[in-house]
Write a protein that binds this ligand. Sequence first.
Ligand code: DCS
Length: 284
Amino acid sequence: MTVYFVDGRFTERDGLNISIDDRGYYFGDGVYEVIKVYDGELYTAEEHINRLFQSAAKIKMSIPYAEVQLMEIARELVATNNILIGHVYIQVTRGSAPRLHQFPNPAVSPVVTAYAINNPRPIAGMEKGVAVKSVEDVRWLRCDIKSLNILGNVLAKQEAQEAGCIEALLHRDGIVTEGSASNMFGVKDGTVYTHPVTNLILNGITRQVILGLCSEQGIPLIEKSFTLEEAFEMDEFFLTSTTSEVTPVISIDGRSLGTGVPGSVTKKIQKAFNLQIPSFIAGE
Ligand code: DCS
């Protein structure tokens, strides 16, 4: 039986008690994180939990736990549910109150919900590469917040999937921003390019790991945006996220990129990424 954490207690699915008045349902008024589990261990958990607190602060919401307590809850979910390779999902909503747009007054306690599930690494895509579809980025202007309110991302992902693609390549005013649930990178003449950290993208934890790895490996990386037109001309392309890790992109809108197979810079970054996660997985 899967054990969940809901509003202060660990409980099985049958015992779940979530209010219809939760502001998560009405307004998507909350924030969330997805933390990868490798070999039963949380990966970059501090960074994710720290970003959860930053996202909460940006929507003027306080989380009724300390960072270490959330870490403990995540670890407990992993242990109780015997998660080896998978992820922990944590969300915090502003709480439950009759439906009024403004914050509840008097304030109610935010509701923390979390679970852990087994989820294999997407090995096929990581090895062979994936196709993406360009989709106009019509999201709001605070994409730096990992908010529950992600209808723009949901519609973009659906459009990509209906076109037989794994992910949407979002572009705003002709500039590539990110994916619907990932960060995007292009490689030209050996240099890696990715959108700088602004309000228009989520500063992915995997993105930050990649920046560090490129610096360690002596791979030039510039945080500089590029256009969709330039994206088609890249020698290599890849996307990153907690669940997709480093996944090569081999075509955009059906047009092959570079040689049409995962590129050498991308593979070097993937290798460096694999080497810093638990060893038995890297050897798979
Ligand atoms: N950009 C967006 C819009 C995202 O939703 C995500 C993560 C990323 C970038 C990459 O960030 P991380 O490297 O920190 O994961 N999306 C999460 C999600 O919703 N499912 O898996 C990861």
